[in-house]
Design a protein. Structure first.
Length: 269
């Protein structure tokens, strides 16, 4: 992506994400219209939809040649990542948004010919913005994030992990390996927002994040952010991510990535 265009896209995306966050905060205590999607725990609200519509209009009015790939269906039908594609989750952590009114984020990843160029994750209620332009450093608000440590071993690490993967009946991964992983780690956390968990890995307050099912809009921004500070982001089997479909994801400090994948993650056929 041309540097001038990258800078311009970043500036617009930053302004829009902050504006969208302010709109959400101003309506946080308003009555909610809550629906379910794939199951009873897969929630969507009118605010998810309004926020994605807000971005759709901003993007199409400013960059009619760009594409939008979003969770709530107000974007384009995307078959590949050719051109410039904005991958957006208007509210990542909708259950937290509904129940807690905190611990949710807006996530924007901008890709050019399949390469992540700009990423923003906005912790709305704490007014904290994680932002990155590829090759130019990652930031928490105006503070540059340092490269991730490669000294801390797995046994001293904290991993973001949904403990449902420890249940034998889960359809994705053998639970025995996951149990051993949890026993090896110092501890686990689950924040209920993939975007925030990526941001916390990039910040260095989490050492990694592992999940068996994640959609592109959940990790499009976070993967750019984590890679910018020296982390590794792949599928759980260390293969390349699929930015068009649901996938497993492992994001972590470089020195524990292979160890987690090869020693503890056994995907079910």
């Amino acid at each position: 992506m041309d540097q001038h265009i990258k800078n311009e896209v970043f500036d617009y995306a930053k302004a829009w994400i902050l504006e969208a966050g302010e709109r959400i905060r101003s309506k946080i205590d308003s009555p909610r219209s809550i629906e379910t999607k794939s199951n009873a725990n897969d929630l969507v609200t009118e605010m998810d939809q309004e926020t994605e519509q807000f971005f759709a209009k901003k993007i199409k009015d400013t960059y009619p040649q760009h594409y939008l790939f979003g969770e709530e269906g107000f974007g384009d039908e995307i078959e590949d990542l050719g051109g410039t594609v904005w991958i957006i989750d208007p509210i990542d952590g909708t259950m937290n948004f509904v129940h807690q009114k905190r611990n949710f984020a807006i996530s924007i990843g901008v890709y050019f010919e399949g390469v992540g160029e700009v990423g923003l994750i906005y912790n709305v209620m704490e007014d904290v913005l994680y932002a990155v332009k590829r090759g130019e450093g990652a930031y928490k608000n105006d503070q540059r994030l340092p490269d991730l440590s490669e000294k801390r071993p797995l046994k001293e690490s904290i991993l973001a992990l949904n403990t449902s993967w420890l249940i034998p009946e889960n359809p994705h991964v053998e639970h025995n390996g996951m149990e051993e992983l949890v026993k090896t780690l110092r501890s686990t956390r689950s924040y209920g927002s993939a975007a925030l968990e990526f941001a916390f890995v990039a910040e260095g307050i989490l050492d990694g994040y592992l999940t068996m099912t994640l959609m592109p809009w959940d990790y499009a921004a976070g993967s750019i952010l984590v890679r910018e500070v020296g982390g590794i982001v792949t599928r759980a089997d260390q293969k390349e991510l699929d930015l068009l479909n649901s996938t497993t994801v492992l994001a972590s400090r470089a020195n524990i990535h292979k160890e987690i994948s090869e020693n503890y993650v056994q995907l079910k056929k």
